[in-house]
Design a binder for this molecule. Sequence first.
Ligand code: ZN
Ligand code: ZN
Length: 204
Amino acid sequence: MISATPVSPPSGAIRLVAESSVPVVSAAAPCVVLEMPVGPSYLVLPSGGLPALSAEPPPGADAGVLLEPILPPRRPPRLLLLASAPGRVTVNGHRAGRVSVLGERDQFRLDGSLLFHVTLFTRPRVGPPSGALLGRECPVCRVPFASDTTAFHCGCGGGLHLVGTEPNDDLLQCARAVSACPRCSQPVVLKEGYSWFPPEVSHA
Ligand SMILES: [Zn+2]
Ligand SMILES: [Zn+2]
């Protein structure tokens, strides 16, 4: 996999939203949200318990499903799914082979268990320009990033000036002037949250 550079972690992180009609999920918590860590994780589905992710294979011989986020620098995050045997996993209602690559809004189920929706949670990285951005030109206004300005950091490693936090030049509203990063074409999301949430699941 391609690892993210330390100065520009991806702004979108993959989360799994599990829904179920079986009573492992209470009315107070109608869904379970699992945040995918970087690197491979096993999906643990204890009988009668809540689903979880583990770096270690679940106890017993059945590894079930191994998941790993794919974080390409200029593309939306993807989720690599490896099933221990073909046909155990259904993806979007269809039986899948051993390897699947999932994106936002895809859904999968292992052995008829809980249904998992793939979602993207964005935590915008806003603050003083990173070391990699300092002195580089903003792709919108062509003004170099100065240390006393505030920048939106895109997952691709690029940046844009952000409005309202420029003490000397409040005209640099570059992150709000464009809907997509000129470098990678990914949408500029300035608000923390899900870009999509499964409508079947009430958002607690
Ligand atoms: Zn700018
Ligand atoms: Zn970008």
